[in-house]
Design a protein around this ligand. Structure first.
Ligand SMILES: [Ca+2]
Length: 146
């Protein structure tokens, strides 16, 4: 048997696979701190810094607002975020893999490390497909009351 081949990011129509979309949207949600479904400037900057080590330049911002799905405030939506990767990945899958790995995914698209695990919000109405289980802090303080 040959070595395990990493999963494809693209299906036969050069669209992102469900697995790739799930991973990318999970990353998106980490940066959408106010959970409005779009990345405002600070949120997009934080994503770009963590991904590329720098914020997007003016040209890239213009491309984002000009070609990708944005909300009425010009903020990149989840759909636009996927569009961005749908454009990049057929041309440059290596770059998308690099981005995924930066955000803690391994070569099998498994999340193995989280850079932002300290920013989990206790926001109960943020219902995405990411049904994360928050550890319930049910401490028993007087456990030694023999
Ligand atoms: Ca937001």
């Amino acid at each position: 048997m040959p070595l395990v081949v990493p999963p494809n990011l693209l299906d036969e129509d050069d669209g992102l696979t469900i697995e790739a979309e799930d991973a990318l949207l999970e990353i998106f949600d980490r940066y959408d701190l106010d959970k409005d479904g779009a990345l405002k400037d600070e949120e997009l900057d934080a994503f770009a810094m963590d991904t590329n080590g720098d914020v997007f330049d003016e040209d890239t911002r213009t491309e984002i607002t000009g070609f990708l799905d944005v909300n009425e405030k010009g903020h990149l939506t989840r759909k636009g975020f996927l569009q961005m990767y749908n454009l990049q990945t057929p041309n440059d899958p290596e770059e998308t893999w690099k981005d995924l790995q930066k955000h803690g995914y391994d070569a099998n698209l498994k999340l193995v490390a989280s850079r932002r695990e300290d920013t989990v919000e206790k926001d109960s109405n943020a219902s995405t497909n990411n049904a994360s289980k928050e550890p319930q802090a049910t401490k028993k303080d007087d456990a030694n009351s023999a």
